[in-house]
Design a protein around this ligand. Structure first.
Ligand code: FES
Length: 588
């Protein structure tokens, strides 16, 4: 009997599987296999185990990543699922990235993690891969890697952390982290209380408990079809999460046998579903960058104008912080993604394929009817009438900028003010709390040089309210930058200004006292300075784009793309894009 028949693998006979694939090059394939078997037998494996479909498990456990603190239990459960389904589980390490432990930014390392993931999937003999991620950049990095590697792949997330309680008020990372820090900066609470709340914000291992980037990426990955239905919402330390892990392992074996590769799942329709969900959950603005990067790997371009049109017809339905009031564990108790997808059904492509081998529509059908709950609103009674994210254009951002309108102050969304400019992060740190800073609540704070090239795009777009204004009770101001913002943050904050200042975008030439006009209604962000004046400023003070002599930083600075291309490296994207989404529905 051939090896393929013994393993039950339905792939063509001449397509080697399991331990027979991807042999190390010694110029003698028989010897290569002989040697490989000798080494794996050294770990105690039998010939019987070596004839099964091999399921790789990308292990991103790290002492530096508490968001992945349940990794050992998840790997054990995935392995159990793989073995129950007749496969051989093989876990392997890749880079792990935690938001608070990565310097200068986690974004700087996302593409490196995607390369690591892709190359380890390619290099090692596996028929399918389970990728376990969770913290913000890890899931997009894994999806990017899987998209490029091309073998059957399924995403598992670590799940959200539990909420804590501070003096009987429920708290969770990290919207409440920012809220309490804002109170501390405004002298509303003292040093003892801020230390107390620090103990309660992160009540267990797992990812941030609000609709930040990690939760956003979990939800959009389920909508994309790359995760088991019901896999996004269970908390990290629950039995539900472990059961999802076991089922993920079993599903990976089925995918290996059927050859269900990412290109059959991550189609243009699937990305449109994911974008719908991103808008309907009031998801993190980072979700746009990450989905753009993952889609880019599949040759699919995301059109920001059409995304905005999609947003105008997609209400925010999930009442989670920072746009609403609840936490991820409440979302799970309310039915999780099934509850949301049921409401969005008329707007979704129900024929999009999922990892189960069934379509999104078939999975929704199988999930049955919902039940009464308050976390996911009915389509006709949203918490915000339009999608959470709006796309802005104007002479300040010719390549686009975005604002999370569902988390902004409605009063400030139509606003004209005087620019108070910070040249970079160092300038911001040096002057933002200076009592001599010339700033009022009506001004617009502008922070330059925090784009992809300028500073590897830190989540510093949430510029703090100057201390003297915070003390006077100011809670929000219009803020503009070429950087990003944590998905857990809220405010009237314009982000991802493209092109960025560091490559000579108009943002580089904004000066203190310039007038800026923001109109979310008209989707406009304008610098009220003439083109001739901007050209004169550029000539007088040309921008010096950062560069590096060696190493990963050289690679990063010489190949990173702008926000509208997902901040991916240019050489990791296909030479040509073959599809543009969202499709123009007026032409259907
Ligand atoms: Fe890891 Fe928020 S810091 S998910």
């Amino acid at each position: 009997m051939s090896e393929d028949k013994k393993s039950g693998n339905s792939k063509p006979k001449d397509d080697p599987a399991g331990f027979h694939k991807g042999l190390t090059s010694y110029g003698d394939s028989g010897f290569s296999l002989f040697l490989r078997k000798a080494f794996i037998k050294g770990a105690g494996f039998t010939d019987n185990s070596l004839d099964r479909p091999v399921i790789g498990i990308a292990n991103t456990g790290s002492a530096f990543n508490p968001c992945h603190g349940n990794m050992p239990q998840l790997i054990e459960a995935v392995k159990r699922g793989v073995m129950l389904a007749g496969g051989l589980p093989m876990d392997f390490p890749t880079i792990s990235i935690h938001e608070s432990f990565a310097s200068p930014t986690s974004m700087y390392l996302r593409n490196l993690m995607s390369i690591d993931t892709e190359e380890m999937i390619r290099a090692q003999p596996m028929d399918a891969v389970v990728m376990i991620g969770g913290c913000d950049k890890t899931v997009p990095a894994q999806l990017m890697g899987a998209a490029s590697a091309g073998i059957p792949a399924i995403q598992l997330v670590t799940g959200s952390m539990l909420t804590g309680s501070h003096r009987s008020e429920r708290v969770g990372a990290c919207t409440d982290c920012r809220r309490y820090w804002g109170k501390y900066r405004a002298d509303e609470i003292d040093g003892e209380e801020i230390a107390d709340v620090n103990n309660q914000l992160v009540a267990s291992v797992g990812t941030c408990s609000v609709m930040g980037t990690a939760s956003t990426m979990a939800c959009v990955t389920e909508a994309l079809g790359m995760m088991l239905p019901g896999g996004a919402a269970p908390a990290a330390v629950t039995a539900d999460r472990i059961r999802v892990a076991e089922r993920t392992g079993a599903t990976a074996v089925a995918m290996a046998i059927s050859g269900l590769t990412p290109d059959k799942i991550m189609t243009g329709k699937a990305f449109e579903n994911a974008l719908r969900v991103l808008l309907a959950i009031g998801g993190s603005t980072n979700g746009i960058i990450h989905l753009t990067a993952v889609a880019g790997r599949m040759g699919i371009e995301i059109d920001l104008e059409r995304l905005d049109a999609l947003g105008r017809e997609t209400p925010v339905l999930i009442d989670l912080k920072p746009s609403g009031q609840y936490y991820m564990e409440d979302f799970h108790h309310a039915g999780g993604m099934h509850a949301l997808l049921r409401e969005l059904k008329p707007l979704l492509h129900l024929d999009a394929m999922t990892v189960t081998g069934r379509t999104l529509g078939e999975e929704l059908e199988a999930a049955g009817p919902g039940f009464k709950q308050t976390v996911v609103r009915p389509f006709g009674d949203p918490i915000y009438p339009q999608g959470g994210i709006a796309v802005l254009r104007g002479n300040l951002a010719p390549g686009g900028a975005i604002i999370k309108q569902s988390a902004a102050d409605p009063v400030l969304m139509e606003h004209e003010g005087r620019a108070v400019v910070f040249e970079n992060l160092e300038d911001l740190a040096a002057r933002i709390d200076d009592d001599a800073l010339d700033v009022t609540a009506d001004d617009i704070l502008v922070l330059k040089h925090i784009g992809p090239t300028g500073a590897s795009m830190p989540e510093a777009g949430y510029i703090p309210i100057p201390k003297k204004l915070a003390r006077a009770g100011v809670k929000d101001m219009v803020r503009i930058s070429d950087g990003r913002m944590s998905g857990t943050a809220a405010g009237t904050i314009v982000l991802h200004v493209t092109p960025e200042a560091a490559i000579g975008g108009p943002l580089a030439y904004v000066m203190n006292g310039d007038r800026i006009r923001l109109s979310v209604q008209q989707r406009a962000i304008g610098l009220l300075v003439s083109d001739a004046e901007l050209a004169a400023r550029a000539k007088a003070n040309p921008v010096k784009t950062p560069s590096a002599e060696r190493g990963y930083r050289k690679l990063f600075l010489s190949t990173v793309t702008q926000a509208d291309k997902g901040v991916d490296f240019d050489f990791l994207r296909p030479a040509a894009m073959t599809e543009r989404i969202p499709r123009d529905r007026t032409k259907d």
